[in-house]
Ligand binder design. Structure first.
Ligand code: SF4
Ligand code: SF4
Length: 448
């Protein structure tokens, strides 16, 4: 007969699954609001980039100590959650430690014991690493964690996730410690797991004086806390900057494989210029080209990859710390560009979901979230792209907005407009025709 715990477990899975997949579909829909862009070429290079950058965390190791601790949290979290397989089986079948029982029957308890001890060691490493990051963030106040964009929710989010991970790890330790005590007291339903060293040292002495009923209750509470914690964590992550733990993989796979300095030409403009130069035949633009704006003003003008970048941003600030414009006191912060893009995408996605595909709110990414001053402060140096540990390209968004301002609104700074018209009329940024390019050399020769 199906037990109360099994019913509760099934309800928990269904509710968590519903909220998780609903959010995943929403994120997918939001990313697909962007323009089409082909990123399917060179699959071997793409797999390599994903394995090195996302899986191997190659770009993180510029600072070895935080990088190592970050890796510990990452590996710890993935490996420990393998234990979730047993939780899942136990929850569905209403048993306790099904895999331990199976291995006990096969006389292989030692494997179970070794695996659990590895999990416990990693759980302890995760706790210590999270404490280190909490201190670094809140006590030492590292400069790159600061900035106008890092107030309120982003700041809280960064702390919450670390606290969340510590609680989850404590739940595992508590569960194992109390389990061990129940095994010692020969309570029915608790198979032999072998010694769990870390919980035996740190947690068991604390619970050992309690009577068996209380220890049993604590063990069940810790089990449920861990299960509910994992499900809540999975949902919470989809609303948090920690979405990068999943998004880093597709994002690095679809990263830009062109050299950093290569700026993509707009086909519409290239054709126009070629027609002016007589290289291409005069032809009318196709319908899609007539509708498309030059550059980007809002979310739908950006590509799906720009939008995926925004969901992948870890808000680490490495880009902003390297940005020469930011370092010299300008308003621009490439991290803010990514965070603003994500916030506006969420806002627009919600609006379209509620009010239909064509709904508008009169707002736009450029203007309401990102100012012209920020966009024009960019030197196009690519330092932010180079610094990003998950191969995000804030410059691509900046350039598209700059194009919009220059080509659709003609609102580029006066000096730029003068340069543009010089290029158009004199084929050079200055007011002189190419024929006068070597005039200085002639004058120099005459004088000498
Ligand atoms: S490309 Fe622009 S945003 Fe990026 S680091 Fe350079 S100046 Fe800053
Ligand atoms: S764009 Fe990259 S470097 Fe910048 S904050 Fe986001 S993840 Fe960090």
């Amino acid at each position: 007969m199906i037990s109360f715990q099994q019913i509760l477990f099934l309800i928990t899975i269904l509710v968590a699954g519903y909220f998780f997949f609903r959010r995943v579909l929403q994120i997918r829909k939001n990313i697909l609001m962007g323009q089409d862009e082909d990123r399917t070429d060179q699959p071997t290079k793409r797999w390599k980039s994903m394995l090195l950058v996302a899986f191997g965390q190659k770009k993180m190791f510029k600072k070895p100590i935080p990088a190592f601790l970050h890796l510990l949290i990452y590996i710890g979290f993935i490996v420990i959650n393998i234990e979730g397989i047993e939780f899942f089986l136990d929850g569905i079948f209403g048993k306790h430690r099904m895999i331990a029982r199976l291995l006990q029957r096969l006389d292989l308890t030692i494997f179970y014991s070794i695996t659990l001890n590895i999990f416990e060691f990693l759980a302890l490493a995760v706790i210590l690493s999270c404490v280190f990051f909490l201190i670094r963030r809140n006590v030492y106040k590292i400069k790159r964690f600061d900035g106008v964009e890092m107030s309120r929710w982003p700041k809280l989010d960064a702390n919450l996730i670390l606290i969340f991970e510590i609680i989850l790890m404590f739940a595992i330790m508590t569960m194992n410690a109390t389990d061990q005590i129940l095994q010692e007291r020969n309570v029915v339903g608790f198979p032999n797991t072998g010694l769990m060293i870390i919980s035996e040292i740190f947690a068991s002495p604390f619970y050992r004086p309690f009577n068996t009923e209380l220890v049993l209750a604590i063990e069940r509470i810790a089990w449920w806390a861990h299960i509910i914690g994992i499900f809540s964590f999975a949902i919470y992550v989809t609303y948090s900057k920690h979405l990068h733990t999943f998004m880093a993989f597709p994002n690095t796979y679809y990263s830009n494989l062109e050299p950093f300095g290569k700026i993509k030409n707009m086909p519409e403009v290239t054709r126009e210029v070629n027609m002016m130069l007589g290289i291409a035949q005069v032809e009318s633009p196709t319908n899609s080209e007539t509708v498309r704006s030059l550059g980007a003003k809002d979310i739908k003008d950006l590509s799906w990859k720009n939008l995926m970048d925004a969901y992948t941003c870890t808000e680490c600030g490495r880009c902003t710390a390297q940005c020469p414009a930011n370092q010299t006191g300008k308003l621009l912060s490439p991290r803010k560009i990514m965070m603003d893009t994500r916030d506006r995408m969420e806002e627009l996605g919600d609006l379209l979901a509620k009010s239909g595909k064509e709904a508008t709110d009169g707002k736009s990414l450029l203007g309401d979230y990102i100012s012209k001053e920020e966009i024009f402060a960019c030197t196009s140096c690519n330092a932010c792209v180079e610094a990003c540990p998950v191969t995000i390209d804030p410059l691509s968004i900046i350039l598209q907005m700059r194009r919009y301002m220059s080509m659709e609104e003609s609102s580029a700074p006066q000096e730029w407009n003068a340069m543009f018209s010089n290029i158009e009329t004199s084929f050079s940024p200055w007011k002189f025709p190419p024929s006068e390019r070597f005039k200085w050399a002639d004058e120099f020769t005459k004088e000498n």
